[in-house]
Ligand binder design. Sequence first.
Ligand code: HSE
Length: 371
Amino acid sequence: MKIGLLGFGVVGRGFYDLTRQRTDMQVAKVLCLEDVTLPDAQVTRDFQDILTDDSIDTVIEAMGGLHPAYEFVRSAMDAGKNIVTSNKALVAHYYDELIPLAEAKGLKFRCTAAVGGGIGWLSEVERSRRAQTIYQVGGIMNGTCNYILDSMARLGLGYDEALKQAQALGYAEANPTTDVDGIDTWHKIILSSNIAFGVSLDRDSVPAAGIRHITAGDVENFKAHGLVCKLISTGKQENGKVSAYVQPTLCPEGAPEAAVPANYNLITLMGTASNRMSFFGQGAGRYPTAYNVLQDCVDILTGKGFYSPYGEKVAAVNDGLLRYYVRGGQWADGEETWGEAVITKPVSVENMHAWLKENPDAFIAALPEQQ
Ligand code: HSE
């Protein structure tokens, strides 16, 4: 396999390091705008050098962001090159174009590192759906948010300090609002649901709430009730109906999610045969993420393409009822109060997120379903 590597940041550099001693694949050219010299790969600032090189059969996109990543990936596919990417925003946004295109052209397209970083989550979903129907996916999918929430709960750090540490450790996206507003997790649950359920979710029907307004006072409130706040994604398929959303969620102290430390992820699928299967590991970081980019290249060498056939376009229906912790904004219909926060009566996920849009400075967290 001869590789054109787009991007030489956290993931690109890690991938290059991991592949240097291998004989089954070689990074031939690296697109990098900085002055870097590599002993065994040509560094270029011009994507055309990679696009027009017919000896390069696989392009690895490790740039992040939508543009020019999309334009580069699309041109590489038009030129007949296989794609490996760790870019969940790219795949979630251009799913309806890139996945059918890969199918039509018989190209391999893999993006395992896009969800769960070092966990081979999408590969496991791919394997799992061969043997059963998956009816639920989700969990803790963002290392930055988990690092912040864990540091606040266990170490008593303030939100800003914890975010700065996550950035310094290289977990956060270039723009950390993508992490803390739940957008990164939103990309990941859309992608996971698409693959697990064999659909293409209408993105506008999937709401996301993040953690940017959580305070030390909220964390104290949760502790007093034996609860831990985590940013949780949910995708469900039941009787042909799909629901999908991202929101801060209160987990009982004994739940596996509550114990997830630092930047780790814990992602779970529910299947008709296996019941619960959970995957725990490094959700971000150079070598864990590069490891799954490398695994995708090996999978391509063994003939694997995308994880599931492209499926029909569906809108999520989020009519399930939950109770919520709400602080800030004007929530009229409370059942009880926790300090200055209100615990709502059961309300649909859809209605709560619509309310949050009108009250963007409020903080919400779903209570556990069984409470
Ligand atoms: N910013 C992401 C996270 C990187 O914190 O999980 C991995 O997708």
